[in-house]
Design a binder for this molecule. Structure first.
Ligand SMILES: [Mg+2]
Length: 187
């Protein structure tokens, strides 16, 4: 009997709109900034000229250290469809890297429990995603720096299209991810 594919699902930038919330909590107009990012800096990991502060300043802002920030992240419109489709193809486990703020872990756990219930256990918090790689492990992630080490350790990486990566031209991310994953699994 074949073992079901193990699908590791990143949260920020794939399931939830982390970047929009990070902009809003720092006083940016998120829609306007994301449009500028898409139109003027597609594929850029962080458009510093647009944001007018360094990536370090932006990503370590004090408002992003509370658990409320993380538990309050809004799911993307495609999240439920993505999760359903992935669940059809394998065993899905959320795989998410915490920041150095302890509130990040508790807030993300709260987000998952709020959606899936108290007995939900399908999640792993680690910054070492590549340690989970093997030939039947599939990582869905928006960051090339997570995909590359996972592939180097013989896992299968599927880059999730976002305006900050090389797939910024793809309009509809879920069909792209599912088609790519099905091909990788061999369906
Ligand atoms: Mg991510």
């Amino acid at each position: 009997m074949s073992v079901s594919p193990e699908i590791y699902l990143d949260m920020d930038g794939v399931c939830v709109d982390f970047i929009g919330a990070a902009m809003t909590t720092q006083g940016y107009d998120a829609d306007q900034m994301l449009n500028g990012w898409r139109n003027e800096h597609p594929g850029s990991l962080y458009p510093e000229p647009l944001m007018d502060k360094t990536a370090m300043e932006f990503f370590t802002h004090i408002n992003m250290q509370s658990s409320e920030f993380w538990s309050g992240l809004i799911a993307y419109s495609w999240f439920e469809h993505l999760y359903e489709e992935l669940s059809r193809l394998g065993d899905v486990v959320f795989l998410t890297a915490p920041t150095s703020a302890p509130g990040c872990v508790s807030g993300k756990l709260e987000w998952l429990i709020g959606r899936f219930g108290n007995d939900f256990t399908d999640f792993i918090f680690t910054r070492h995603k590549d340690r989970l790689a093997h030939p039947n492990a599939y990582l869905i992630d928006d960051m090339p720096f997570n995909i590359e080490p996972f592939v180097a350790r013989k896992g299968v990486g599927v880059l999730f299209p976002q305006i900050w990566n090389e797939l910024s031209h793809i309009q509809d991310p879920v069909p792209h991810v599912i088609t790519t994953l099905e091909a990788a699994i061999g369906r």
